[in-house]
Design a protein around this ligand. Sequence first.
Ligand code: HEC
Ligand code: HEC
Length: 154
Amino acid sequence: MNRLFLIALMIVSLSCTSAPENSDPVDLGISDAEIGLSGHTVFEDPAQQSAPPNEVEPGESTVRQRSYPEAPPVISHSTAGFLPITASENLCLDCHDVPAAEDVGATAVPTSHYRDLRSAPEVKRDEIAGARYYCATCHVAQTGAAPLVEMRRP
Ligand code: HEC
Ligand code: HEC
């Protein structure tokens, strides 16, 4: 079959394909604004609502229930003045490192934090492992923001 004939055949068959007669809008199910928790679409840029910071001093706060066993506990007290944590400075450890924690009544840093879980998990070191130095990677300060999703307890 020659190529020109094939192309002509394709053009004829394409032109015969007619648009669907029913022009009702298609039901797309969930709308853009309903997909996420923000309640708006990605095309909107709403102003952020500020949340009141936690101003309760360490020693006066109440530790919060953990979300699940082995979850990193959230920070129950204010962190104003303790940040930033740098390579040479870590105020969190002044209260949470093992000998100091008992004196100030803080939960002590667990033994997992003194082990390099990647290369030598069996060795408990005297100092905190490098990967644990920046506490705020895993331990989250709390604010008075309203939760986006209500927490369900069994
Ligand atoms: C001045 C001492 C002090 C400093 C500095 C401090 N904390 Fe605390 N922290 C406490 C005490 C005491 C508690 C126990 C709750 C209370 O009495 O307020 C606590 C509670 C916590 C808890 C909750 C523990 C649990 O069992 O649920 C976390 C997590 C925590 N702190 C992390 C941090 C981090 C991260 C920093 C640094 C940004 C920090 N803390 C700085 C004293 C301190
Ligand atoms: C890589 C994530 C990570 C980093 C970084 C980290 N933690 Fe944790 N932390 C955890 C997890 C996960 C747990 C709960 C499981 C466990 O005990 O190991 C925990 C538990 C704790 C507890 C509760 C101990 C207990 O006996 O209940 C304290 C206090 C704590 N961390 C303090 C700190 C401090 C202070 C720093 C910074 C010097 C820090 N953590 C850095 C993940 C982290």
